[in-house]
Each structure stands twice: as structure tokens, then as C-alpha cells.
Design a protein. Structure first.
Length: 139
């Protein structure tokens, strides 16, 4: 086991595994939300995943990168870089916004851009409040 440990904790493997899981979950969650929230034509699945991903990444960054010793960095590679990188969908967000513009839905495109940015930022702020509430302020 000792000989294989460096392979299992290699950043490439951790990011790849986390990204695969995040991508699959993005697909499932996005479709699930889209099947339930269709009001106004806004891509609610992508919107939801982006906000949730921002919250998760904020929690991980504050916890793993700022509060745990450096030997926990592989946890961030797996969950922060890998999972959140696969889970959040800003490339899909850009494409869907372009499609809204192309179809003449400028107002919805604007709502999508501003709403995703503001709510994603609120996700980070909420993560900061949760981490600080649970673990206290960092010095």
C-alpha cells in the first residue's frame, strides 16, 4: 500500500476523479432542477448548480486551504479543483446566455448574468459565515 499511496494522492488523479464525479452530479442536478423549474425560460438547472458550486467551493477553500495544515491539500485537489471544477458550469452558463441573446431574450440573458454573479457571490459570503460560525474567525 505504501508504494501505491503516491499514485493515489497524485494531483492529476485526484482532480480527474473529483471532476468526473462533479460532472456527473452537475448533469443529474441540472436536469432534475430543469424538469421542475421551467418558469420564464431561464436555465434554472445551470443557475442552481453555479450557486451551489460557489457555496461548496467557498466552504472548501476556507476550510482546507486556510484552516488545515498543508498535508490536507490533496483534499482540496479532489473536492475543490476536481469536484467543483466539474460541478460548476460557467462554460454552459456562457453558452446558454449566448443562446438567450441569439434568440432575442436580452432581458433573460441579463437576468441570468447578473443573477448568477450576485447569487454565486452570496454563496461565497454564506460559506464564509457558516465556516466562521462553526470554526471561528481565522487569525
Amino acid at each position: 500500500m505504501e508504494a501505491i499511496w503516491p499514485v493515489l494522492t497524485h494531483p492529476f488523479l485526484l482532480v480527474a476523479v473529483g471532476g468526473a464525479v462533479g460532472s456527473l452530479l452537475r448533469f443529474v442536478v441540472g436536469r432534475w432542477v430543469d424538469a421542475r423549474l421551467t418558469a420564464g425560460g431561464l436555465p434554472w438547472g445551470t443557475f442552481t448548480v453555479n450557486v451551489a458550486g460557489s457555496f461548496i467551493l467557498g466552504m472548501l477553500a476556507l476550510w482546507v486551504l486556510e484552516r488545515l495544515p498543508p498535508e490536507y491539500r490533496p483534499v482540496y485537489w479532489l473536492l475543490g479543483t476536481g469536484f467543483c471544477g466539474g460541478f460548476t458550469t460557467f462554460s454552459t452558463f456562457e453558452w446558454e446566455t449566448f443562446q438567450l441573446v441569439r434568440n432575442g431574450s436580452w432581458l433573460l440573458a441579463g437576468v441570468n448574468v447578473v443573477g448568477s454573479f450576485v447569487c454565486g457571490f452570496v454563496g461565497i459570503l454564506a460559506a464564509v459565515l457558516v465556516v466562521q460560525g462553526v470554526f471561528g474567525r481565522s487569525t
